[in-house]
Ligand binder design. Structure first.
Ligand SMILES: [Cu+2]
Length: 382
């Protein structure tokens, strides 16, 4: 295999190891998806970012958000962030492993928070220790395949992309290096989100300002893990290149073998549950870069949920379950009225219970019998 790798460049090697269908799909889409202009030839409008105040945002691991103001305290500015691509093995469930590709080592990658009119400036590093070329497509941005056409970095390279956040809402970003590499990198974990808040903060369905006391970021991920036909065990690989051919075959069936919230089954349950108190309003930001999902808080509601995660829409009110399509980042807000453990699930309950798409919210406070009371404990029928 090493000799073969020497003889072929890495991209040829990867293409040769995928199925005929996938290779045909690559050929058909590579012009549209991989050959974006490397640079803009004629500039019609210069960036206003030059000379603006610059701040650095320290990114944190999901489910947490970086420090931010809900209502902008400053005029528009340039928000600088940095991410490193990390190819690493993740144990998605005890004994089940994937060769994952990540932004900053987590699945999902970190969430960035800016205000409408700000500029987001990303330094993207692809260390020499990685094996593949990566890039980034920001759904929040405008032009050049979301920046994907301007950010291809081979191992050992870095790039800087700046874009203006012109639309308020929550948006996915993901790796999209071209052809079949796009779904392969995304279903290997390579995505995250950007939240672009309106400058004057969030509003309810009547246009009245609303604030959240806490916010959590959940990334849902479908994994397509091959099984050894003889033993029935999930297979383990040494690199993303080695696993690609087998993973592609599972991907073609469109059914994920595992679905996780934040990288592994149980990442948000038990001791890792999201926390809140009775009376607090909590913002739940939920992204899915590939498959459709539908989120439900068992025992609660979406008091407000923004269609498609866009803050330009009037939020839906009191939904029991809110939809999030593949390639979207949904946002819902709920004020907790009762203490206890709430399950936060993808309400395809097969996906939640059998595949792993579930988390918990642990809420402290005093029980309200007016809202619910156990009038009789379960007992024999009289
Ligand atoms: Cu990638």
């Amino acid at each position: 295999m090493k000799d073969l790798m020497k003889q072929m460049n890495r991209r040829d090697f990867l293409l040769s190891s995928v199925s005929a269908t996938a290779a045909a799909a690559f050929t058909a889409t590579k012009t549209a998806l991989a050959e974006a202009p490397a640079k803009v030839k004629e500039i019609g409008v210069e960036s206003n970012a030059k000379g603006m105040e610059r701040v650095t945002q320290k990114l944190v691991k999901p489910p947490f958000l970086p420090e931010h103001d809900q209502v902008a305290k400053h005029p528009p500015r340039v928000v600088q962030v940095e991410m490193t691509v990390i190819e690493k093995e993740i144990e998605v469930k005890p004994g089940v492993f994937v060769q994952a590709m990540t932004f900053n080592g987590t699945n999902p990658g970190p969430i960035m928070v800016v205000h409408e009119g700000d500029y987001l400036e990303l330094t993207l590093k692809n260390p020499k220790t990685n094996t593949l070329t990566h890039n980034i497509d920001f759904h929040a941005s405008t032009g050049a395949l979301g920046g994907g056409g301007l950010t291809h970095v081979a191992p050992g390279q870095q790039t800087v992309l700046r874009f203006k956040a012109t639309k308020a809402g929550c948006f996915v970003y993901h790796c999209a290096p071209g052809g079949v590499m796009i779904p392969y990198h995304v279903v290997s974990g390579m995505y995250g989100s950007v939240m672009v808040l309106p400058r004057d903060g969030l509003k309810d369905n009547n246009g009245k300002p609303v604030k959240y006391d806490r916010a959590y970021y959940v990334g849902e991920q479908g994994w397509y893990i091959p099984k050894d036909e003889k033993t029935g065990q999930y297979k383990r690989y040494k690199s993303p290149a080695e696993s690609m051919g087998d993973v592609m075959k599972v991907m073609e069936g469109l059914v994920p073998t595992h679905i996780t919230f934040n990288g592994k089954v149980g990442a948000l349950t038990g001791d890792n549950a999201m926390k809140a108190k009775v009376g607090e309003s909590v913002l739940f930001i939920h992204s899915q870069a590939n498959e459709d999902t539908r989120i439900h808080i068992i025992g609660g509601h979406g008091d407000l949920s923004w269609p498609g995660g866009s803050f330009g829409n009037t939020p839906w009110v009191d939904r029991e379950t809110w939809p999030i399509h593949g390639g979207e980042c949904g946002v819902a807000m709920y004020t907790f009225r009762q203490p206890g453990i709430y399950a936060y699930v993808n309400h395809n309950l097969i996906e939640a219970v059998m595949k792993g798409a579930a988390g918990h919210i642990s809420v402290e406070g005093k029980w309200n019998n007016d809202l619910m009371e156990q009038v009789q404990k379960p007992a024999p029928i009289t």
